[in-house]
Write a protein that binds this ligand. Sequence first.
Ligand SMILES: C[S@@+](CC[C@H](N)C(=O)[O-])C[C@H]1O[C@@H](n2cnc3c(N)ncnc32)[C@H](O)[C@@H]1O
Length: 430
Amino acid sequence: MGNKGYVWSLGGPLPVIDDHSLAKHEVLRSYLVNYLRILALSARSEGIRVTLVDGFAGGGRYRTSQGVEVGGSPLVLLHALREARAKIVLDRQARGIRTPYTIDAHIHLVERTPSSCAFLRKVIDESPEAHAPQTQVTVHQGDFHQTLPAILGDIRVRQRRTGRSVFILDQYGWSQVNLDSVRQIFAELPRAEVFLTWMIDNLVNFLSEKTVGALNPALQRIGLGDALTAEHLLTIKAADETGLGDLTWRRAIQSLMTDQIRLSSGATYSTPFYIVPRNSRRGYWLLHLARHLRANEEMKRIHWQNNNLHHPGGSGFNMLGYLGGNGQLTFDNRFDQHAQQVTLEALQEDIPQRLRSLRGPIRFGDLVQHTANETPACLAQLQEAVFTLARERQLMLTTQAGAARRTAHSVAEDDLIEVPPQLWLLPIRS
Ligand SMILES: C[S@@+](CC[C@H](N)C(=O)[O-])C[C@H]1O[C@@H](n2cnc3c(N)ncnc32)[C@H](O)[C@@H]1O
């Protein structure tokens, strides 16, 4: 992507897609296919209504540097819908479910730039998936924030009960999405999920005495003005005297921003990981925001399946800490085999420590919920760590029925876990 971003015009050349956008499309596709398949798990259900919103849609088509034509995010959504419909038929056949299942989907595409929007309309007109049964596509030319009330109104009318929807807010840079709009989405649609791209490195690079005057109005404009000021961010930068170069203050700022974006957006859970294609060192955040734990868990599972993602932070319950207890930069997580191992080891240290500070039993499900924003680990990794610790007698695991757990994946939400009293007195790491 050039400095001015992608440009589309009817009759003009297709923009060349960069590796980050390809990696981002792959994450979105796999997440959406999973999302729709999970919604179809109930054997008795005959279908759902769902809305997908691409708030910064672009022109809908690119070429790769090798000259191959590929779809933009609007086509990624439509292809994911087609793939999910096909897989759901097979999933249900395999389970012997005869009830037919339909996904009634409305896709809203918003693009502000007139020439890009004209191009997008042509791409959609020519797309067979956009004309599939039970599929409605609406292209809006305009600003996402101004279009949002009409989209929310449509979702309320069509899906009165659940409002299931996924919003993709794929801005350039970091200052185009106003978090007040994300807050409005979650206030009206608690089951909504939001993907938000955020070029955190651009913001951090921009930070200097000279830019304070421009940064504060930008923070106000995106809905972070009450939570953060440029002066505060500069103080963090100036206070860092650890000699670790600029990495520590950068990461302290990233950590602070992650929390503030989640709080200001009204989300309960977020995953703040980087999109970094395998052959690149540069990246930007693809934040996933949700109010329900299940969505957070599914996003983490996608991260562990896709090593275009990257997380320069802690691996146990120190996800946003970036600095370990020894003052060294924490792990550079590429969500690969090695990261799996490091994560399990970190959890086996952090879980007993957390339990010792509680001094009493806690439901396994509550531990998962309380630590969701603190760890990149997904449920299966937490189950495995707890199971291993119980086997090594470093914690007590009690099931509701008083039976023993024989496998890690059978560790259940209602199981109680606690550190044996004789281990309470071990020192707690700060
Ligand atoms: C990063 S590009 C989108 C790429 C696209 N999501 C994809 O993956 O193929 C951002 C797009 O958002 C558009 N845009 C910028 N500000 C906008 C706004 N406030 N509302 C709607 N679209 C906007 C730009 O014209 C540009 O086409």
